[in-house]
Design a protein around this ligand. Structure first.
Ligand code: GLC
Length: 716
């Protein structure tokens, strides 16, 4: 349909039909099992008419079921307006990829695009039209459970990957490419900065900080064409994001130019009542609609109150029309009027879901997301090494992560399974090993196997439920029983390699004495194969941390791009009155951008093409990187800038670019970056982003700590 036809369709709709289009209901409302409409369903107190005509649904999946639900919906819809089927496809649909925090460690937008593309294909043939992804909330606090869903602490890396995710999900021709689905960027905005790292808690930051570090990820997704934006549960400067007219109209619509659909996060419209900015559902409905929320997910404030609000002249029907028009336009962009089933196809579904190619991609991407944090020359394992694999993660299939919806643990590969393919000299504990209270038998078996082996892979970490939504932790260490196990194993065998499955950066100080530490995150369906590939060296680890690992939770929030402060510790480390702790360092144990390889890389000959630059010029910064080890590998060369003196205090460094380079043993390559005026811009006190004259420090290295540096002058 064209714009005129959509407007004509809108003009035929009754007010009730229009209001129903603004409602999103979960799959249970469309279930064909005659289950009692209990729980949330009964709380919503909706008429059958409203349920029949709700404009969109979330959580339906499977080609056959999707078609059934669409058929049932169209049968009940007077104007033959199709239903949109949405769901959370965060890092894979049925083939599960590493959690986004791990994908961030790949430092590779092609990885994010590939994950999104395969996810879109599997979801589309299964009948889905929209995914509530990418989640681009910047996070500097590992206590927050949803850190797993983000790509970490840096706004440049977040923005780069956000655009790649959207491209992978939507492609270039969403209407006709039935292998693609629409992307919904979330959670707008700054949901990743709750005070205390406690989910749903207050977010408190200046507008300048919000614009400088937190908004770029959402903006990048919107500039890449994301069709929807989801509002967040939290406050923005005292006003819930879902009722925040400045955020949703002034910034999102007018500044960012977003023309797509805004959907509330689950219940967020009605939650303006407990937030204390609405007294009633009617007030909640008015606030959200006036602020610019088009779809209300899983509460019925709109459905119960909008007609009355219009009749009383409190809001105009045009506001409803504006939202309905955006929803009809989205349905049209998805081609649903012509083809309500879109990509749903049982035959294609069975061919593509969890295909060999998808598993291969999942294994390859998982390898590139696994971070080697420590290695006292004990890795890679050799085929003739006698290796014991013990601990809760050894045979675990709890490797998918908390947002893996259609992923099935039983379809995943455990470390034990992966290891057996790499070596015949592997012994694996038979006893089930609990994450928190392992049985005496399991512990004794682990110690005995460790005693009789040359090396021990001690697989530790978090179970899936310890991260994700509503899963914040105040203590980010490994569970006590696992620390005890580490000590017991270490006492019988010094050669301990710790691997972790984890949904957040952890305080790993308790296993600091390990000979090697590998962070596998939740690697997804191919977990065990990918981790074994890294352990036995068929893959040389190349991932770099997307988020700092603290020495202690007491340092949190801790991140690499800090301000210098007026009393920097570095300038007077022996002074009392400088910015420091009495009981731990100021620094991350493993900083942003850090990761080891089975080889090592030397950085030399840093050069600038010139030492001065004006607005229309660029400076070329080059560095020679050499592989000085025995194994070929991929290095991520990172470029950081510091604006030494500016109108506001600028961080001591900020990531501005990165390049991946493959190097054979002894091979050197010259890596060159181009600095232009855009890279020098920052948000000023007047909230606009622009560059200033002054001195800049440019730094290059393989992580955010060990860097070579030069200085140049910029004149506007
Ligand atoms: C959840 C999450 C959001 C998700 C939505 C639908 O509460 O906050 O990320 O997309 O509900 O499942």
């Amino acid at each position: 349909m064209n714009k005129k036809q959509i407007e004509n369709l809108l003009s035929q709709m009754t007010l009730d039909e229009k209001i129903d289009q603004l409602l999103q209901l979960a799959a249970a409302f469309y279930s064909d099992t005659a289950e009692e409409k209990t729980g949330p369903m009964s709380e919503l107190e909706l008429t059958q008419e409203a349920i029949n005509n709700a404009g969109t649904t979330l959580g339906v999946s499977g080609a056959k079921e999707a078609k059934r639900v669409q058929d049932q919906y169209l049968k009940n819809n007077r104007l033959n307006i199709p239903l949109i089927l949405m769901a959370d496809i965060i890092h894979g649909f049925r083939t599960i990829f590493p959690i986004p925090l791990a994908l961030g460690c790949s430092f590779d937008p092609t990885v994010a695009e590939a994950v999104a593309s395969i996810s879109a294909l599997e979801a589309s043939v299964s009948g889905l039209h929209v995914t509530f992804s990418p989640m681009v909330d910047l996070v500097r606090d590992p206590r927050w459970g949803r850190v797993l869903e983000s790509t970490g602490e840096d706004s440049f890396l977040n923005a780069t990957l956000a655009a790649a995710f959207v491209k992978g999900y939507q492609g270039d021709d969403l209407k006709n490419d039935l292998t693609k689905i629409a992307a919904c960027v979330k959670h707008f905005a700054a949901y990743g900065a709750p005070i205390g790292g406690r989910d749903y808690n207050t977010v408190n930051m200046s507008e300048r900080e919000l614009r400088q570090n937190y908004l770029p990820g959402y903006k990048a997704a919107i500039d890449a064409g994301a069709k929807l934006v989801m509002t967040s549960f939290n406050l923005i400067d005292g006003i819930p994001a879902t009722a925040n007219r400045w955020l949703l109209r002034d910034v999102l619509r007018n500044e960012f130019g977003f023309k797509g659909v805004v959907i509330s996060d689950w219940g967020a419209v009605k939650e303006t009542i407990p937030h204390g900015v609405s007294a009633t559902e009617k007030e909640a409905a008015r606030l959200a609609l006036v602020s610019g929320v088009d779809i209300e997910m899983m509460t019925s404030c709109y459905n119960h109150s909008l007609e009355e609000l219009i009749k009383e002249g409190i809001i105009s029907e045009e506001l409803v029309d504006e939202s309905v028009l955006r929803i009809l336009t989205l349905k049209n962009d998805l081609g649903l009027f012509e083809n309500p089933y879109r990509g749903a196809n049982e035959e294609r579904e069975s061919e593509t879901i969890l295909s060999v190619d998808h598993r291969k991609a999942a294994r390859d991407i998982a390898k590139r997301s696994i971070v080697l944090l420590k290695n006292n020359n004990i890795l890679p394992l050799q085929a003739n090494d006698k290796v014991a694999i013990v601990g809760p993660g050894a045979s675990s299939n709890d490797v998918l992560g908390a947002w893996s919806w259609q992923g099935k643990q039983e379809e995943s590969v455990s470390l034990a399974d992966g290891a057996k393919k790499c070596s015949k000299n592997v012994v694996i504990g038979k006893e089930k090993f609990d994450y928190f209270e392992p049985s005496e038998k399991a512990i004794e078996e682990a110690i005995s196997l460790a005693h009789q082996s040359e090396k021990v892979v001690l697989a530790l970490g978090e179970p899936e439920w310890m991260s994700g939504e509503a899963a914040s932790r105040s203590d980010i260490r490994l569970p006590k029983a696992q620390i005890g196990l580490f000590k017991a194993i270490k006492s019988v065998n010094q050669n301990v390699i710790v691997t972790t499955y984890n949904g957040r950066p952890l305080d790993l100080s308790d296993v600091d004495e390990a000979e090697a530490i590998i962070v596998a995150w939740f690697p997804g369906t191919e977990a065990g194969n990918a981790l074994a590939d890294v352990l036995w060296g068929s893959f040389n680890p190349s991932a770099r941390l997307s988020m700092s690992f603290p020495e202690s939770v007491g340092q949190v929030p801790i991140y690499y791009n800090v301000n210098n402060t007026g009393r920097p510790y570095e300038s007077a480390p022996n002074e009392k009155y400088v910015s420091k702790y009495l009981d731990c360092s100021n620094y991350a144990k493993y900083p942003f951008g850090f990761g080891l390889s089975y080889t090592s890389y030397d950085y030399n000959n840093m050069e600038l093409s010139q030492n001065r630059m004006n607005k229309d010029e660029t400076i070329l910064v080059s560095i020679t990187v050499q592989n000085v080890g025995k194994m070929a590998g991929e290095e991520t060369v990172q470029l950081y800038l510091q604006d030494i003196v500016a109108e506001v205090a600028r961080p001591v460094k900020e990531l501005k670019a990165f390049k991946k380079v493959w190097l054979e043993p002894s091979e050197s390559k010259k890596v060159t970056f181009e600095i232009d005026e855009k890279l020098l811009r920052y948000v000023h006190s007047d909230k606009t982003a622009r560059s200033d004259d002054g001195q800049f420090k440019v730094m290059i290295g393989g992580n955010s700590r060990d860097l070579l540096e030069k200085v140049f002058d910029y004149r506007n």
